[in-house]
Design a protein around this ligand. Structure first.
Ligand SMILES: Cc1cc2nc3c(=O)[nH]c(=O)nc-3n(C[C@H](O)[C@H](O)[C@H](O)COP(=O)(O)O)c2cc1C
Length: 251
């Protein structure tokens, strides 16, 4: 079968699907083949062996691409691709999230840094269909949150630290925001969509979820597989020179 493979076609394909291919070859143990997205540094032999393995497993490269793009999968996406293609997702499939995937995403939030390692973030997962619906009016009518299989409510403990000499008990917002950001990026790496929800009624949600006085709701996010293909790089950001200057404030 190997002799009949149209190698040049696969080589073109590999060029176009650099990200998928990189993880694919890695997964097959060809990590040291010096692969680069723009030049095929790995040997033809290495490529042919990999293709043979794919055929052997009965998987077409194209299937692998779509599965990989959809599901993400642990550790297979380049970090900057994750960051660049995380988008706010406002349309979800009800497709369930496996425990493995969910645990990886939650674990990413768990290991986030926090001031003094105080770890004030807590997460409530709402999965029940009716309870998700009840959250909609508490998030000012944002219906899409209930489409996702899980709504994550990120809470933070009021801890009095005057970071910068002015933050006081709101300093926990930083710690919780970092944890939520870990969660959203890990979700993207897994092919899951999220959307920061900052428009919500704190007291009403606290009552609904029995959150104690000592804690506040910081953000919510639906968590689920997107309906559609939202993971595209944004152009809607300020240019770097508008955000960064040197030595003194020059904006
Ligand atoms: C703190 C915060 C609160 C937000 N609140 C909402 C919200 O209530 N509803 C919503 O649809 N999007 C919300 N967003 C999403 C932003 O609109 C979105 O991040 C921004 O437009 C950039 O788009 P992107 O996330 O696709 O890159 C929020 C984002 C952040 C960071």
């Amino acid at each position: 079968m190997l002799e009949n493979l149209p190698f040049h076609l696969y080589r073109n394909y590999v060029h176009k699907c650099a990200e998928v291919e990189r993880s694919f070859f890695k997964g097959l143990g060809f990590e040291k083949c010096n692969y680069s997205a723009h030049s095929l540094d790995f040997t033809e032999n290495c490529c042919l062996q990999s293709i043979a393995l794919v055929f052997h497993k009965g998987k077409m490269l194209q299937n692998m691409q779509s599965t990989s793009a959809k599901k993400g999968g642990t550790g297979i996406m380049d970090f900057y691709d994750v960051v660049k293609t995380r988008r706010s997702v406002r349309s979800y499939k009800l497709e369930p999230i496996s425990d493995d995937v969910l645990n990886r995403v939650l674990n990413a939030a768990r290991i986030a840094p926090s001031g003094g390692n105080r770890q004030p973030a807590r997460f409530i997962l709402v999965k029940d269909k009716e309870r998700k619906q009840e959250l909609v009016p508490l998030c000012n009518g944002q219906k899409f949150i209930a489409q996702a299989p899980i709504v994550v409510i990120a809470c933070g403990q009021d801890i009095q630290i005057n970071r910068g000499g002015y933050m006081g008990k709101l300093s926990m917002l930083i710690d919780v925001a970092i944890a939520v950001d870990h969660l959203t990026l890990a979700a993207r790496a897994e092919g899951l969509g999220t959307c920061w929800i900052g428009s919500f009624k704190n007291n009403a949600i606290k009552q609904f979820l029995k959150i104690p006085e000592t804690h506040q709701v910081v953000a919510l996010t639906p968590l689920g597989y997107p309906d559609g293909n939202p993971f595209v790089e944004t152009t809607n950001r300020l240019a770097l020179e508008r955000l960064v200057c040197e030595e003194t404030w020059q904006f």
